[in-house]
Write a protein that binds this ligand. Structure first.
Ligand SMILES: [Zn+2]
Length: 504
């Protein structure tokens, strides 16, 4: 970065997480410049330093990750980097930290939830980060208010697919921004606080802008609630009439472990936790976090943590197998008369579907019942809800391909959602004052590709290309499909409005 802002105010940019089709490796800069003794003084916060999922597309041989480029903020004193806030524990928001440390950078104090730091500890161990290189960690909770330099940061719980997901209300003298983190409105979360609607309502008059860091906007209505997933699971298990239920869950979505467990408990079916090392790692963390499955079972069902034939025999041929696995173990003696499968993720369990087919075991998938998939990102309904709750703030959409937002503009105008004029891309610097967001400059965005040599990270800058995130989009939505969907929603809303007008 060459020129430094030369007037007071809040400056913001996405350094990762936002461009043509780049929607991971999240990282956002907030710099506030104030005048002190007639001199300009900056202070900077970073929100999230994630890793970019599709690093292979950047074509650096031997790469093991890619991270947003924050080298300048970490090393140049003029930015006065004060802290890194971590909204939650998912790799695309957190894992950049460990690669920067392995590359020899010093990081300022970190602020994040208890569970986020438990995951970070695991990463430190995995990557052998020496204790004296680890930055100071401050645990944050819903409702905390933290003053750092000229910023006040209020922490708000967010509903998402892991424990301790937070949004941040970041205030300066010029503006107040609600940075949502990954979130949805869902108020039915299991064992963790849902999005703090009450506090958002109280703050509604003050919040000028929303950095909306969630991407399900091309689906109408609200994001699937955890209670809907639970009810669907209970209904399907009951209806199957089978004794043995195979219920594979995605490893990084611990809420599904809990929902599946509660469904089994409701139907008095025993539980086998069975899966790959990733699954057991996360299960261990959930238990260390303070969730006791044995306590919840309270003698009503048995819970085992292996697929040992002798242990399985104690379960009276009546159980749900919850975990991350892609084969039907022979230890279960599963066949088409006694077993049923429920597949809760889109493609991850394709090999398992093949196994169920080979054993002739009937199953349903998330394609049959979309609510089977835990979903952490708000839909269009969540956007609309926030919009009316917060008195029509300016939305700054992130975590979302630019074409999605650009296709959304016509519909947004019709339903009264004020979007920032330019859809922000990585490397664009904005000045935000009240509800005014002005683009100051565009710079080409880089990813730093990480390769490891002798246990040290080497960072290679690679310019971002429009195709770098294409793998993700193929799994989600194309430009054309997205455009068509918004047209359909617009048409439906126009018709509804016309009908309502006629009635008046
Ligand atoms: Zn997430």
């Amino acid at each position: 970065m060459t020129d430094f802002p030369d007037e007071t105010g809040l400056y913001w940019q996405a350094l990762g997480g936002n461009n043509i089709d780049q929607i991971s490796g999240h990282c956002y800069q907030y710099t506030d410049i104030i005048s002190h003794n007639r001199k300009l003084e900056a202070s900077t916060l970073i929100v999230d330093i994630g890793k970019f999922d599709n690093h292979q597309a950047l074509n650096v041989p031997g790469s093991s990750a890619a991270v947003p480029d924050v080298r300048e903020l970490l090393t140049e004193a003029r930015w006065n980097l004060k802290a890194v806030f971590l909204t939650h524990s998912h790799p695309d928001h957190l894992n950049g930290i460990v690669h920067y440390l392995k590359a020899g950078f010093r990081l300022p104090d970190l602020y994040g939830g208890k569970y986020t730091f438990m995951i970070l500890e695991q990463l430190y161990d995995e990557f052998e980060v020496p204790a004296d290189c680890r930055p100071q960690c401050h645990i944050i909770r819903d409702g905390d208010k933290i003053k750092i330099a000229s910023f006040v940061i209020e922490v708000l719980a967010s509903s998402h697919t892991c424990f301790d997901s937070f949004g941040l209300v970041i205030s300066t003298a010029d503006t107040t921004i609600y940075h949502t983190g990954d979130m949805k409105i869902d108020n039915s979360t299991c064992f963790r606080k849902p999005t703090n609607i009450k506090r958002l309502r109280e703050l509604s008059a003050q919040i000028d802008c929303v950095v909306a860091d969630f991407y399900g906007i091309y689906d109408d209505g609200f994001a699937v609630k955890e209670s809907s997933t639970y009810k669907k699971l209970v209904g399907l298990i009951k209806k199957s009439g089978r004794e043995k239920i195979f219920l594979p869950v995605y490893p990084t979505h611990p809420e599904m472990y809990l929902i599946a467990f509660l469904a089994a408990l409701k139907l008095r079916k025993n539980v086998v936790f069975f899966g790959n090392p990733d699954f057991y790692g996360y299960l261990r963390l959930i238990m260390d976090y303070g969730i006791s499955f044995d306590k919840m079972a309270a003698g009503r069902i048995k819970v085992i943590y292996s697929h040992d034939r002798e242990e399985i025999k104690t379960l009276d041929e009546n159980y749900v197998v919850i975990g991350t696995y892609n084969h039907v173990s022979l230890a279960f003696d599963a066949d088409r008369r006694n077993s049923f499968g429920i597949i809760t993720a889109k493609t991850f369990f394709n090999p398992f579907k093949g196994q169920l087919n080979a054993h002739n075991i009937p199953f349903v998938t998330v394609d049959d019942y979309p609510e089977l998939q835990g979903f952490g990102h708000g839909f269009l309904g969540d956007y609309e809800y926030l919009n009316s709750l917060l008195n029509q703030p300016v939305f700054i959409p992130t975590h979302c391909p630019v074409f999605v937002i650009d296709n959304f503009r016509e519909l947004a105008a019709f339903i009264g959602i004020r979007l920032i004029d330019n859809t922000p891309c990585n490397g664009e610097l904005y000045k935000i004052s009240g509800r005014e967001c002005r683009l100051l400059r565009r710079q080409p965005a880089n990813w730093l590709v990480v390769t490891y040599q002798n246990n040290l990270a080497c960072l290679t800058a690679v310019p971002q290309k429009a195709t770098s995130g294409v793998g993700f989009l193929k799994r989600t939505i194309s430009n054309r499909r997205c455009r068509r969907r918004f047209k359909i929603y617009l048409h439906a809303r126009r018709r509804a409005k016309n009908n309502a007008d006629k009635k008046i």
